[in-house]
Design a protein around this ligand. Structure first.
Ligand SMILES: CC(C)(COP(=O)(O)OP(=O)(O)OC[C@H]1O[C@@H](n2cnc3c(N)ncnc32)[C@H](O)[C@@H]1OP(=O)(O)O)[C@@H](O)C(=O)NCCC(=O)NCCS
Length: 235
């Protein structure tokens, strides 16, 4: 069985950690960071990409600031160069949480969403998700719908992110299990091969799912310490 390691990081860098995080990023990442209008969004972007570099660098034995990334046609990033043969990763961030999945010999997709009030969850599901998914959501007690919607959303996004198709694949083109059923891919247009999906516990207030293109996978979550940025960087 293959193993996926999934790091969960809080994105709350203090001013000094932020400077260190920034020093790991390449010019493209810094340019993207500087496009954010709100400094809190900029800081979280910087922290998420520093965490990504630290985690992926540790996986591959490459210094974090030396890692180079390239993008697939659909925009999905991958590590450039021979060190990354067979290695795959995926990043997701929402609010002050980042999730970074790493695997060898398969593709991985991760998605985290901070939960927020969403009175029109059912309308969104009906217009974007597969009809079976929207119906299953509508059949739930109203008080369970919002939580189920966020779990469902991360299940669908995790699949899309493993595939790397971005929004070119309609979210209605495939079906995943709807809570309270456990995560799983039920139907996808081209047969789709084997998939393994699991919910990730990221604490109250957020939902996260990991999807791996393998029949079975040992998912190993690791929560980075609150002060991960300082701990990594003072080594
Ligand atoms: C870009 C996309 C892959 C994920 O976006 P997202 O869920 O908003 O954001 P996440 O934080 O989970 O993922 C972003 C990260 O995924 C990675 N990524 C970018 N393009 C990707 C792609 N095509 N496939 C997989 N991963 C991708 C990058 O590392 C990116 O981080 P960065 O922007 O800091 O460089 C795409 O699926 C998208 O735009 N989805 C939004 C769809 C939507 O609105 N769904 C609503 C459902 S109700």
């Amino acid at each position: 069985m293959i193993t996926a390691r999934v790091a969960i990081a809080r994105l709350r860098p203090g001013p000094q950690s932020l400077v260190r995080c920034e020093s790991l990023l390449d010019p493209q990442e810094l340019a993207r960071a500087n496009r954010f209008l709100r400094s809190a969004d900029r800081d979280r972007f910087i922290a998420s990409h520093a965490a990504l570099r630290l985690v992926v660098g540790a996986e591959l034995g490459v210094p974090p600031d030396v890692l180079r990334f390239d993008r697939e046609e659909g925009g999905r990033p991958f590590v450039a160069g021979p060190a990354s043969n067979g290695f795959d990763f995926n990043l997701s961030h929402s609010g002050d949480l980042a999730v970074i999945g790493c695997v060898e010999g398969a593709r991985i997709g991760v998605d985290v969403e901070a939960r927020r009030p969403l009175p029109d969850a059912l309308r969104i599901a009906r217009s974007h998700f597969a009809s079976e998914e929207a119906s299953a959501l509508a059949a739930l007690p109203p008080e369970d719908r919002e939580g189920a919607f966020f779990a469902l959303w991360t299940r669908k996004e995790a699949v899309v992110k493993a595939l790397g198709t971005g929004l070119s694949l309609s979210l209605a083109a495939f079906t995943v299990a709807v809570p309270p059923s456990p995560p799983g891919l039920l139907r996808i247009a081209d047969g789709g091969g084997k998939w393994f999906m699991a919910a990730l516990d990221v604490g109250p207030g957020a939902c996260a799912t990991v999807a791996v293109t393998a029949a079975d996978c040992d998912i190993r979550p690791v929560s980075l310490a609150e002060d991960w940025a300082d701990m990594f960087m003072t080594k």
